[in-house]
Design a binder for this molecule. Sequence first.
Ligand SMILES: [Ca+2]
Length: 218
Amino acid sequence: MNSRGDRPILVRRATDGEHTAAGATVIPVPGSAGLVIGDLLRVDPGGPTEEDAQVVDLFPLTVDRPLAFAHPQFTPVRKLGPPSPDATINGKGDDLYGSSGKGETKNADLAPGTAKTFRVEIQNEEHAAGDFKIAGSDSTDPFVVRYLEGTTDITAAVKAGAYVIQQLPAGESRTIRMKVKVKRTAVPGTIGRFRVKTKTGTTTVVQDVVRATVQVIP
Ligand SMILES: [Ca+2]
């Protein structure tokens, strides 16, 4: 997993002589500096007074919490990327993203009456914790699909697209399992295609999809 958040420093405090006192919620930057409300910022990234805050207003640039440290003029401020998921299926699809599932598909051949479990791992590749919503395919005859996290059956929520991994820390991952069972009455040659989609809780855009293609064999 790579981080997609190592973007260049976006903002430099440019006003001569101006500094930010500890406890302040306004950071003096020129104009809006390309930021929008909701952006996550890291002040003094990598430095002794590194801290994070979220933009709540632009003119002037205002953050959601009092700064813990005083910052001298020209302290760098970096915009952090939003929480962003990377899904894999049985280890396939790492550092690939998209709504097609291309390069993120596992195939399996299953005899009637058998089942296979796929591990779907959701990684948070950005610098901020975030909520990730999971949506998975429903059962289609002769396949029965269930979803599990640990020993908890999360099938109904995942099929409804309502399952949320809450506040997954930056750089961490969570694994759910997709269990595909083939009914005993299944006809060999039948193919089932199943998808798991993931997106951040704050967007409607699907950010990554993994797929499983299951074929019934004699
Ligand atoms: Ca992926």
